[in-house]
Design a protein around this ligand. Structure first.
Ligand code: ATP
Length: 320
């Protein structure tokens, strides 16, 4: 079942800006993978994936102001640790957009970060998506969301999804996305943050090693059960359909995550999985009060650095 992107373009807080607006603020969500099927390694070094992305209400915020050069400052998660030079995905996104649109990449960018670094929540990709939306408005380049998603695909596999948001099927290396559900804010989650991060390429290398040694199952073919579960309202049914092929690899590299997952299940979570490549974990709750209690229990159990509640799906990068 494919549906239109949610919310429709121009809604959900996106207001048209006059060319050359003085300041633009964009909010962008983290993503979790409700299902992540990892296929074979391709000739280009990427794995073929079949995934269901889901945008949740854990946000970074990017402000773009006029400037004489391109500069980046930040506060929050990862400040002092994350390089703010040309290696930052924000700088790459600004330059890709400027090249595409034939304008000069001049802006003062400031990031307020809540999504942890290397957490399996695609924070860097989210920031890149926010930059495309913010600079498009600041520079008055007026690109459509589809055009921004094409540029996004050159920056990283998860970036096109974060331009759109909602819930979407991702194929190829994850960059080919199509919407699967238009209903807003239906599901309640808890996300645990870990002390430190896992490098995504290392987690993929680990799953390759484990599969070669027969220690991890091959991927399931298609996320059919998950897509069916999304069409009904019972969180227990959705919980039973969640799946992540990278989980055995993340657990092998970070064994303590096993305790985090079991603590969530003991505290009443309907399901518990590693988020993407980890080490963040996601837990499904029955409703908002259930998520609040679960987050408090997980924080008290000492099995994570922090536990946050979130709902989904939410919109992708949007002007606020
Ligand atoms: P994914 O789930 O997409 O694999 P992740 O959540 O595990 O990503 P990110 O925080 O998105 O990890 O980024 C991984 C790496 O990308 C970081 O360790 C950092 O070196 C680099 N990076 C570049 N720009 C950014 C940014 N703006 N925010 C976060 N990381 C960035």
């Amino acid at each position: 079942m494919t549906e239109a992107w949610w919310p429709p373009e121009g809604e959900g807080g996106d207001r048209p800006r006059p060319a050359g607006a003085g300041s633009v603020r964009v909010r962008v969500p983290a993503k979790i993978n409700l299902y992540l099927g990892v296929g074979p390694l391709r000739g280009d070094g990427y794995h073929e994936v079949s995934t269901v992305y889901h945008a949740i209400s854990l946000y970074d915020e990017l402000t773009a102001r006029r400037g004489d050069t391109l500069t980046l400052t930040m506060e929050g998660e990862g400040a002092g640790e994350l390089p703010l030079d040309e290696s930052n995905l924000i700088m790459r996104a600004a330059r890709e957009l400027a090249d595409y649109a034939g304008v000069r990449a001049h802006a003062r960018l400031h990031l307020r970060k809540q999504i942890p670094l290397a957490g399996g929540l695609a924070g860097g990709s989210a920031d890149a998506a926010a930059t495309l939306v913010a600079c498009d408005a600041l520079w008055g380049t007026g690109l459509s969301r589809e055009e921004l998603a094409v540029i996004a695909g050159r920056i990283g596999s998860d970036v096109p999804f974060l331009v759109h948001g909602g819930t979407a099927l991702g194929t190829g290396r994850g960059e080919a996305v199509s919407p699967v559900l238009a209903r807003a804010g239906s599901w309640h989650w808890v996300v645990t943050l870990a002390d430190g991060g896992l490098a995504t390429p290392e987690v993929y290398a680990q799953i390759d090693r484990m599969r070669a040694a027969g220690e991890a199952p091959r991927s399931v073919d298609a996320p059919d059960d998950l897509l069916a579960a999304l069409r009904q309202r019972d969180p227990a049914v959705l919980g039973a359909a969640l799946g992540n092929d990278l989980q055995p690899a993340a657990l092998a590299l970070w064994p303590a995550l096993g305790k985090t997952l079991s603590a969530g299940l003991e505290a009443g979570a309907l399901a518990a999985i590693v988020s993407g490549s980890g080490p963040s974990c996601v837990f499904l709750a029955r409703d908002r009060p259930g998520a609040e209690k679960l987050a408090a229990d997980l924080a008290a159990a000492g099995v994570c650095r922090a536990a946050r509640t979130a709902h989904g799906p939410v919109a992708g990068a949007r002007i606020v």
